[in-house]
Write a protein that binds this ligand. Sequence first.
Ligand SMILES: Cc1cc2nc3c(=O)[nH]c(=O)nc-3n(C[C@H](O)[C@H](O)[C@H](O)COP(=O)(O)O)c2cc1C
Length: 330
Amino acid sequence: MKTRITQLFGIEYPIIQGAMQWLSKPRLAAAVSNAGGLGTINMTTYETPEAFQEDIRLLKSLTRKPFCVNLSLLPDTKPDGPIKGFLEAIVEEKVHIVETAGSSPKPFMDTLKGAGCLVMHKIPDSRFAHTAEDVGCDAVCIVGYEGGGHPGMAGVGSIVQWPLATERCSIPVVGAGGICDGRTMYAALAMGLDGVMVGTRFLMASETDIGPHLRKFIIESRETDTVLTQMSIRNALRSIKTKGAMDIIEFEKTHPTFDELYPMIRGAVTRAAYEKDDPQAAQIAMGQVLGRIHDVKPAAQIIKEMMRELYDMHQRVTGMLEPSPYRFYE
Ligand SMILES: Cc1cc2nc3c(=O)[nH]c(=O)nc-3n(C[C@H](O)[C@H](O)[C@H](O)COP(=O)(O)O)c2cc1C
């Protein structure tokens, strides 16, 4: 299949696996890349640059296909701060594709571009699309409000954000937030996007290290069973509705400072919940699309089924259309 994203990244299908803290490890990323998509591991899963570099090497040993590394940037992330060692690992390992998320990647562009990286920046609001282009990104990923993780504060869903992003920049645009199958992928491509990013669906791939309780909880949950935490600090996080998430929302009503809230929202709490397979113990990032996910299967099968359904959808739509009446007016 040929889109600006498959051509840019050298992949077979324009399906990018979303970065997922603690979960998008080499086994999942390699399975996605080997199946023709673009697998991703992310910096925020690793406590040290050495552990991060080790897993980049492991990923390279598991796939010869392109893969991506995600860097999550906060407003106070400085190139010579704690991220420095992670950047050095990316340069040393000659990582070819980097996704940045969060704050503007501008301060990091010289290093990343100097190392020959392609940079895709993930944004939660289409008005930042032209900024990504202006600072030299090669692609932009736009996440709708239904997406898992940080869907921004704009409150605007994928069906409005995606086409707006294509109108606000000329670089390739990837859509995220709600994609789990060929139908949603077809819609994204029809709206002018060049590729899709899939988070929550791949969280339920057999290659992620999550336990049976969390898997069962997700299968039994509906599209209405997510909540937004961290709204009070303007860093919205969409989580499955767990006790941990509801406790955070309750505490936020008392107007805590960031430092007061931090012990409840820090990543280590979620990691412990994964390790104990106790989903209620933490907020756990998840998109509304969880209401459309009813099974666990290998990443390769998810991709294969998406592609098969994409063709079915194309036939469905073309079968509905009469020969174009508009040709008479050309
Ligand atoms: C469990 C989980 C953890 C996530 N962690 C991160 C992260 O660390 N960095 C990041 O940029 N995006 C993160 N995301 C967002 C995804 O990369 C992706 O943008 C999002 O899941 C797409 O929406 P969807 O869930 O509807 O597919 C996470 C998503 C999930 C579900």
